[in-house]
Design a protein around this ligand. Structure first.
Ligand SMILES: NC(=O)c1ccc[n+]([C@@H]2O[C@H](COP(=O)([O-])OP(=O)(O)OC[C@H]3O[C@@H](n4cnc5c(N)ncnc54)[C@H](O)[C@@H]3O)[C@@H](O)[C@H]2O)c1
Length: 259
């Protein structure tokens, strides 16, 4: 038996990075996975990879900033698999810059994907889980960041969005627990993990190798993380091993925030 055998998981941002690694690991451990993303080719490839390994998954095009699209995703998950047990909110954007150069347009774009979408996905997950009961417990896993705990001089909007995810998660965890909804809600706080998001950030500096070394040096453990370092945290929170865990912040950061 896998650690999440038979659970139904919806993974946003499933075409790339942390979402893709988590979708593959959840499926390997027995979950049926709905992979969603804006990137159709990448998302379909992840669903195909899961199916080729003997797992059960399908891909849906999904803009996480669109409320009607969320309703359609949960409906499709229920139509195909009967319920939703796990939601991993991984879709996200990384945009940096000096505060006095910030534009309202860029700020709103980041907030829409990194924060508004977490609210939409959580709201409709609760509605779906109330109507179609999870097999054991519901688990909503929201991707925050070390940047939701400590500040970075050039990541003001990102800091604000991820700090918002951190406390929104705790609020909803309390709401679900106090109302006996049998849904756990937790956040994950990765340090820098080598994914397309971080690679693009490093490339933008014009010195990929230098940027990679500088990022590594920020983590006491001496290197940046790999997507599976976070996927194992997702697996843990998705499984019933964490049945007493809600409103928690799971920090996986090579010691970044311990300093
Ligand atoms: N990689 C890191 O170091 C790191 C660290 C801390 C937190 N995070 C967070 O983890 C999450 C995943 O990051 P990643 O590194 O895997 O990034 P990534 O860029 O590799 O993947 C993000 C995915 O989100 C999708 N996406 C973007 N906007 C979307 C939208 N409107 N609707 C649906 N999908 C959309 C993209 O197409 C992409 O496939 C993000 O929320 C990110 O902020 C990442």
């Amino acid at each position: 038996m896998g650690r999440v055998e038979g659970k139904v998981a919806v993974v946003t941002g499933g075409a790339s990075g942390l979402g893709a690694a988590s979708a593959v690991l959840l499926a390997k451990e027995g979950a049926k996975v709905v992979v969603t993303d804006l990137n159709d080719a990448g998302g379909q490839a992840v669903a195909d990879q899961i199916a080729a390994a003997g797992g059960d998954a399908f891909f849906l095009h999904h803009d996480v900033t669109d409320e009607a699209a969320w309703e359609a995703v949960y409906k499709a998950a229920v139509d195909r698999f009967g319920r939703v047990d796990v939601v991993m909110n991984s879709a996200g954007l990384g945009i940096g810059g000096a505060p006095e150069e910030e534009t309202l347009e860029s700020w709103h774009k980041l907030m829409a994907v990194n924060l508004d979408a977490i609210m939409l996905g959580t709201k409709h997950a609760i509605r779906t889980m109330k109507e179609h009961k999870p097999a054991t417990q519901g688990s909503i896993i929201n991707l925050s960041s070390i940047e939701g705990i400590v500040g970075d001089p050039n990541l003001g909007a990102y800091n604000a969005s991820k700090g918002g995810v951190r406390l929104y998660t705790k609020s909803v965890a309390l709401y679900c627990a106090l109302n006996g909804l049998n849904i756990r809600v937790n956040s994950i706080h990765p340090g820098y993990i080598w994914t397309p998001m971080v690679e693009n950030y490093a490339k933008a500096s014009g010195d990929l190798e230098g940027a990679k070394k500088a990022l590594a040096a920020m983590h006491p453990i001496g290197h940046v993380g790999e997507p599976d370092d976070i996927a194992y945290g997702v697996l843990y929170l998705a499984s019933d091993e964490t049945k007493f865990m809600t409103g928690s912040e799971l920090v996986i950061d090579g010691g970044y925030t311990a300093q």
